[in-house]
Write a protein of this length. Structure first.
Lengths: 315, 441
């Protein structure tokens, strides 16, 4: 069994072998996308609830697609339609949903630790689809899947993550996953976007973008949360773009094979210039495709799926 | 004469105790003779008084009733968390005979009528002395001074906007100056809210790892510095609440050496726990100020031993289970502390050799009473017989459900502690007796 656990809460808790095992299964699912019928019956009769307390378009759609391609029954629940507005606690909401007999809950929530909380109080499997600035494990996995498709073994590879590291769950999941697989991670952004003691997570810190991209095999560019400008975390979009935006000029400094990732949605001409966003280095849409495959793999494995028996379904 | 817990007369003797006062634990066994609510004799050896019911306390420690300078009894307004009656019971169970209550109730204690209300409710409960502090500013809004004169006359023992800092330096200065005329301290909840921001735990490695917003040490230190300078400038008495950082410790140490009238307290949790506990996501480790780093914890404990920090205060902050069940960033700050304070001190400070038992008791009774000029805290002949008995060696496990407080939000749940309060007496009258009845041997 690849995943001997009930839940996927973060990459911090996974061993390298578990991560690689998930990515291998995800590759098998990726293969069925090129077939005319992109659906397998392996989750038939199982119910998955997508519980989204924060707005999300692509993560929610990606999970939904993954669930549909596995033939699961789906219920969507988002904050705007929930009873949370009436003051119900997360625990009450979750226990009510579980009482309706579901197998798995995918949750996005603004509070760090909320997925861990849910996992503790529920018997159903919980997949963390982003808990505040804590973790976004399926994003971390799809990022690593994309890197691995291009680079093979990630050990010794240089990955540079650029942006608001302090408030990014994507950065944290990337850091945990990549360092476990032996990659060298550099984080880059202004000091106001660096969390304290971040080096203790095993990363190199660079405030100068040009130095940070030197020797990189991959750039992973984080979305700038524009509302942080109001809190003076950075002076202006213009200045951010000038100092940390990945532009054609920055691309010219990269190794020829270095490619560019972005978890989306992009702020064009803030963290990434439009030319680069549409240019030959970016693999952003590959990430999106891989996202569905990774989520299928996670749902499948947490439901007790056996990768050996998957052969017949996906070949 | 036989001792009967159910009918303790006006005059009695507690024999076979080790008396703890003046910072020292007596080496020899002694006794306490109580007459009409007053201490008649504190003696060494066998009791000299005969013919009164006598309890053989089997060598337990007899100490002044403990005095807490910082507790939230939530009444009026948040009786679902605690009332003055339930808080008083928790105090008695923890060996306390006097508690200074915080004014951040709903409404805030910002006039003489409300001061009187808290005192009356305390008298009604009758389990410990309740000394209210008043708010620094009307409605705790940080804008205008309350009527300190009338409030002190009604029984307020100090002023604080605890729970919120006073952002306005000018108002803080006026509060200090005005209160100095009345001989009462201003208690500072030292926190620069613009630096604390949306923080929910200590800013450091664990906040980084957990993705939680941090509260930097500087939020506390900058405000401690300001308030010390205001105390220096006005000559007024500043009491710094719940010190949590090594930086604030150093500021207080220097200010004291320079003759500034500053006193300070630390909580049992800041003396013993650090921020790594937040990794469990348990909101029982969410308090303000937050649990800091091990070197802060060590500095605060060292300062208590040296007297730079004058006393242990609990910052007893009850919250309902529902509130504490929320996610870490949404749950309220604070933990209860009255019923575990002494044992936490014995377990983590005394038994680790960092503080003498006599000094711990002094920092929890005589010293806090002294700095707030409270008419209690000393176990001396002629004084009211406020005292408690504890077994310094009894080992017990903290069961939240067994707490007397209405709320069960303890940071020490499940911990095995050493030192157990066996009985508490207020003005000679029993207010708490350990349920296991082991005193009757």
């Amino acid at each position: 069994m690849i995943l001997k656990r009930k839940d996927l809460l973060g990459l911090e808790e996974l061993a390298a072998e578990e991560i690689l095992g998930i990515l291998d299964v995800a590759e098998q699912f990726r293969n069925i996308f090129d077939r005319p019928v992109r659906k397998v019956p392996i989750m038939r009769g199982r119910t998955v609830v997508n519980l989204f307390f924060e707005p999300s378009t692509r993560t929610r759609i990606s999970f939904e697609l993954a669930e549909k391609r596995l033939s699961a029954d789906i219920v969507n629940f988002s904050a705007s339609t929930s009873s949370l507005k009436k003051g119900e606690t997360l625990r009450d909401t979750a226990e009510n949903i579980e009482a309706m007999k579901v197998d798995m809950i995918i949750m996005r929530h603004g509070s760090p630790g909320s997925a861990a909380y849910l996992a503790r109080v529920l018997k159903s499997s919980v997949i963390n689809a982003g808990d505040g600035a804590h973790e976004h494990p399926t994003q971390g996995l799809l990022d690593m899947m994309t890197m691995r498709q291009r680079l093979g073994n990630l050990a010794g590879r240089n990955v540079t993550i650029i942006g608001d590291i302090a408030h990014s769950r994507v950065a944290r999941s990337n850091i945990w996953g990549l360092t476990k697989l032996g990659a060298q991670v550099t984080v880059c952004g202004p000091p106001t976007m660096m969390p304290p003691d971040v080096r203790r997570l095993g990363v190199r810190v660079e405030y100068d973008l040009r130095r940070a991209v030197d020797g990189a095999d991959v750039l992973n560019i984080l979305r700038v949360q524009l509302e942080r400008q109001a809190r003076s975390v950075f002076p202006s979009n213009r200045e951010y773009h000038r100092m940390f935006g990945v532009t054609e000029e920055v691309v010219r400094l990269l190794k020829p094979e270095c490619f560019i990732m972005h978890p989306g949605p992009m702020n064009r001409d803030v963290e990434i210039s439009s030319e680069v966003a549409d240019g030959p280095r970016q693999v952003i849409l590959e990430q999106v495709t891989n996202g569905v495959a990774v989520r299928m793999a996670i749902i499948y494995l947490l439901s007790g799926g056996d990768p050996g028996s998957l052969r017949g379904e996906t070949d | 004469m036989d001792w009967n817990w159910r009918s303790i007369p006006a005059e009695y003797v507690i024999a076979n105790v080790r008396v703890c006062r003046g910072g020292k634990l007596a080496k020899r066994r002694g006794f306490l003779h109580v007459k009409k609510g007053k201490v008649e004799t504190v003696g060494v050896g066998e009791p000299t008084a005969e013919g009164f019911p006598t309890l053989d306390a089997g060598g337990w420690v007899c100490a002044p009733g403990l005095v807490d300078l910082h507790a939230h009894f939530r009444e009026p307004g948040q009786e679902e968390k605690e009332t003055i009656a339930t808080g008083s019971r928790a105090a008695a169970a923890g060996g306390f005979t006097a508690v200074v209550t915080m004014p951040n109730t709903q409404p805030a204690i910002d006039n003489a009528g409300l001061v009187r209300y808290v005192i009356d409710r305390g008298l009604e409960a009758g389990l410990c002395r309740v000394f209210p502090t008043g708010a620094i500013s009307t409605g705790r809004t940080g804008e205008t001074l309350c009527e300190y004169g009338e409030m002190v006359a009604a029984g307020a023992v100090g002023f604080t906007d605890d729970g919120s800092p006073v952002a306005h330096g000018g108002l803080m200065r006026n509060a200090l100056e005005y209160a100095s005329m009345l001989g009462v301290p201003i208690v500072s909840h030292a926190e620069d809210r613009t630096l604390a921001g949306a923080g929910v735990m200590h800013e450091g490695y664990w906040a980084t790892r957990l993705g939680l917003e941090g509260i930097p040490r500087a939020a506390e230190d900058a405000c401690t510095y300001r308030d010390i300078e205001l105390a220096r400038a006005t000559g007024a008495h500043l009491h710094v609440a719940h010190v949590s950082t090594r930086g604030s410790v150093e500021l207080i140490r220097r200010a004291k050496a320079e003759g500034v009238r500053v006193t300070a307290e630390a909580t049992p949790h800041h003396l013993t726990l650090d921020h790594s506990l937040c990794r469990s996501w348990s909101t029982m480790f969410k308090m303000n100020p937050p649990l800091r780093e091990p070197d802060d914890v060590a500095a605060v404990a060292q300062a208590l031993a040296e007297g730079v920090i004058d006393c242990v205060s609990t910052d007893h902050a009850p919250h309902t289970a529902t509130e504490k069940e929320l996610q870490f960033d949404q749950a309220p700050f604070g933990v209860v502390g009255l019923e575990t304070a002494l044992a936490v001190g014995i377990t983590h400070l005394v038994r680790e050799g960092r503080l003498d038992l006599g000094v711990l008791v002094q920092r929890m009774s005589e010293r806090p009473a002294e700095i707030f000029h409270l008419p209690c805290g000393r176990l001396e002949e002629g004084n009211d017989a406020d005292f408690m008995l504890f077994d310094p060696d009894e080992i017990w496990s903290v069961d939240p459900a067994a707490l007397q407080s209405k709320s069960k939000n303890t940071a020490f749940a499940g911990q095995t502690l050493t030192g157990r309060v066996k009985a508490t007496f207020l003005r000679g009258r029993l207010t708490w007796r350990d349920a296991d009845g082991s005193l009757e041997k």
